[in-house]
Design a protein around this ligand. Sequence first.
Ligand SMILES: Cc1cc2nc3c(=O)[nH]c(=O)nc-3n(C[C@H](O)[C@H](O)[C@H](O)COP(=O)(O)OP(=O)(O)OC[C@H]3O[C@@H](n4cnc5c(N)ncnc54)[C@H](O)[C@@H]3O)c2cc1C
Length: 424
Amino acid sequence: MPADTESLDAVIIGAGPAGSAAATILAEHGRRVLVIEREQFPRYHIGESLIPFSYHPLERLGLIPRLAASAFQKKYSVVFVQPNGQASQPFYFFNRYDRDTVAQTWQVVRAEFDLMLMENARAKGARVLEQTTVTGLVREGGRVAGVRTRHANGTEGTFLAPVTLDCTGKEALSAVGQGWRVKDPFLNKVAVWTYYRGSRRETGIDEGQTTVAFVPDKGWFWHIPLHDDRVSVGVVAEGKYLSRGGVRDAGAMFRREISQNAWVADHLSMGEQTGPYYLTSEFSFHARHCYSPGLLLAGDAFCFLDPVFSSGLMLALKSGVMAGDAVHAALEAGDLSPARFVEYGRDLRTGIENMRKLVYAFYNPEFSFKDVIEKFPDAAGEITDCLSGDVGKDFTRLWERVSQFVPLPECLPLGAPLAEVGAP
Ligand SMILES: Cc1cc2nc3c(=O)[nH]c(=O)nc-3n(C[C@H](O)[C@H](O)[C@H](O)COP(=O)(O)OP(=O)(O)OC[C@H]3O[C@@H](n4cnc5c(N)ncnc54)[C@H](O)[C@@H]3O)c2cc1C
C-alpha cells in the first residue's frame, strides 16, 4: 500500500482527551496534524469526573467558556462515606482555590465532552479521521515513521510523519506492542458500574459532589451525579471478592454490593437503574518509556492509574497539552532526539507518583484521612491540593506525615525516553 502523500508534522492515534488536546495545541502552533480515531463520535466512555486542575489545560484549549455555558453538572467537592452511611466533611476545593475558576469543576458525560474536545481540535485546524483503526506502527531505520490504518469500510492506508503520538488510552497500543507495559505491583482491581436515573441526589452546592463510599475492608463505590438526572455508580474491589460464590454476571455483582454501604443503598433506593452493567479489570499500569525516536505516549497510553481520585482526565488533558508543546518545540529545533522529551516524562511521572501515593494510602485499611488531619490539622489543605490534582507540587511534608500511619510506595523508575526503538 503506498503511503498517503500528504505532508504531515504529526500523526496522533486516538481522539480521546489526550489526543484531541495534543492535536489542538499542535494545530494552534501551525502544525499539520492528523488524528486517527477508531470510533465514530459521539461514543460512550467511562471516566466522568473532572478535578480542579483540569482547569489549566482546558483553559489553554479555550474550552472554559463552553464548559461554563454547558449543561454539565458543576462539581465543588468530594466526600468519603463509611459503610454505615456516615459522611466525612466534604473536601471543598474552594477552601484552597478561587471559587470562580479552578475550584469549580464538572461531572461530564464523556460522549458529549469528548466530542467537544475533538470538534475543538478540528476547528483549530487538525484533521480527524474517524472509524479508522491504527493497525500498526511503521518503522524506518530504528525510528517510528508513521502508522498503518484500516478504515471501517476495509480500506487500508499508511500515514507518515516525523512523530507519532500514541493516545490510545487504556489499550496502550505501543506500550503493549513493545513490551513496555508494567503492571502496578499492588493496584490491580476490577470495576463494575452502571447508571441510575431519578435516584437521590444532594442539593445546592453539594449536588454535583463526587462521593466515594466504602465497602467494608474490600473496596469502594463511586457516585457521580450527571446533568441529565442520571448518576454514574460503580464499585471497585478485588476480582475474587466481587465474584465470590461463583457470581460472574456484572449486574449480579453490582446489586449484591449495594447493601454493603448504607448511603449507597439509600441513594439508589429510589429512581431506576438504566442501561447495561459494565465491567473492566486491569487497573493501573505504567509504560516503561514515554518516548522512543518518532513515538511519544500521552494520557492513559502512558499511565493508567486507579481512578479512585478521578485523576485520569486531568492527566490526559495535561499530558496532551504538554505533548503538543514538546513536539512543536522539537520540530522547531529540528531535533526529535530522546533528550528533548526527558522533561516531559519526568514531569508527568512526578504528578503520577504523587497521586499514586495517595491511592496506595487509600487502599490501606489502616489509613484514614481523619486520623491524619486530627494529628496534623494543616494536612487537610495539602490533601485537598492533591485531590484537586495540583500534582506537580512538592508534597514531601505530606508524605512524611502520611507515612507515620501507613507505608507509601517508592517511586517507580519508569517513564524516561528510550534511545532507540527495540533497544533493551
Ligand atoms: C472504571 C473507570 C472509571 C474512571 N473514572 C474516572 C473519573 O471519574 N475521572 C477521571 O478523570 N478519569 C476516570 N477514569 C479514567 C479516564 O477514563 C481516562 O483517564 C481517560 O479517558 C484517558 O483519556 P485518553 O485520551 O488517554 O484515553 P481514551 O479517553 O481512552 O481515548 C483513547 C481513544 O483512542 C481510540 N483508540 C484506541 N485504540 C485505537 C487504535 N488502534 N486506532 C485508532 N484509535 C484508537 C479509542 O477509540 C479512544 O477514543 C476512569 C477509568 C475507568 C476504567
